[in-house]
Design a protein around this ligand. Structure first.
Ligand SMILES: CC(C)(COP(=O)(O)OP(=O)(O)OC[C@H]1O[C@@H](n2cnc3c(N)ncnc32)[C@H](O)[C@@H]1OP(=O)(O)O)[C@@H](O)C(=O)NCCC(=O)NCCS
Length: 160
């Protein structure tokens, strides 16, 4: 099954905050999962947040913020998560693709952090043009896990 079969994609709304926080607790139990208030703050701030839905229910989410520039815009992937029941069906790829379309409209270089032991996410990031540019020791709390910083170069000619 591909993501297009039953899952739809669109903006994330304030009303999704509780469901997203529940997903975070499922996906990031040892790493200070985001609260509903954190999701609401990100949406209110106008960051680029997307949802994947099964019916009305969010089964995936992803968020991107513009954090610097011009003249050299930089964006950061805040978060991306997909419910275990629908993982490996292309949902994460579609969500990340939506973030990167926005980054390309901004003409932004994109950064993110990912646990050094998170092979699935790293594989997804590599296939979309990210490369490891650094290591941050003990980045995640409270687990103390290390992070790679990954970077995707701005797409030449994509700035408006
Ligand atoms: C990372 C995550 C968002 C991927 O979502 P997904 O919907 O399962 O990913 P997709 O089905 O779109 O997979 C896209 C590609 O990513 C890679 N990938 C995804 N899951 C993988 C796995 N378990 N093992 C190896 N590679 C994997 C593959 O390259 C895959 O392409 P393929 O299926 O054609 O081989 C999901 O695993 C998740 O929510 N993980 C927990 C939260 C998390 O770690 N978020 C990232 C924090 S930095």
């Amino acid at each position: 099954m591909s993501a297009g079969d039953t899952i739809t994609f669109g903006p994330l709304y304030l009303a999704d905050a509780e469901e997203c926080a529940a997903l975070e607790r499922l996906l990031f139990p040892g790493d200070d999962p985001w609260s509903p208030a954190a999701f609401r703050a990100a949406v209110r701030a106008g960051h680029h947040y997307l949802a994947a839905r099964d019916g009305a229910r969010p089964v995936g989410y992803a968020g991107l913020a513009l954090v610097g520039g011009p003249p050299e815009p930089e964006a950061e992937v805040h978060t991306i998560g997909v419910h275990p029941d629908v993982q490996r069906r292309g949902v994460g790829r579609r969500l990340l693709g939506g973030l990167l379309e926005q980054a390309d409209e901004w003409g932004a270089t994109v950064f993110l952090e990912v646990r050094t032991d998170n092979e699935p996410a790293q594989a997804l990031y590599r296939e979309t043009g990210f490369e490891v540019v650094g290591v941050r020791r003990g980045y995640y709390r409270p687990s103390g896990a290390d992070a790679f910083t990954m970077r995707r170069a701005r797409r030449v000619g994509s700035a408006r």
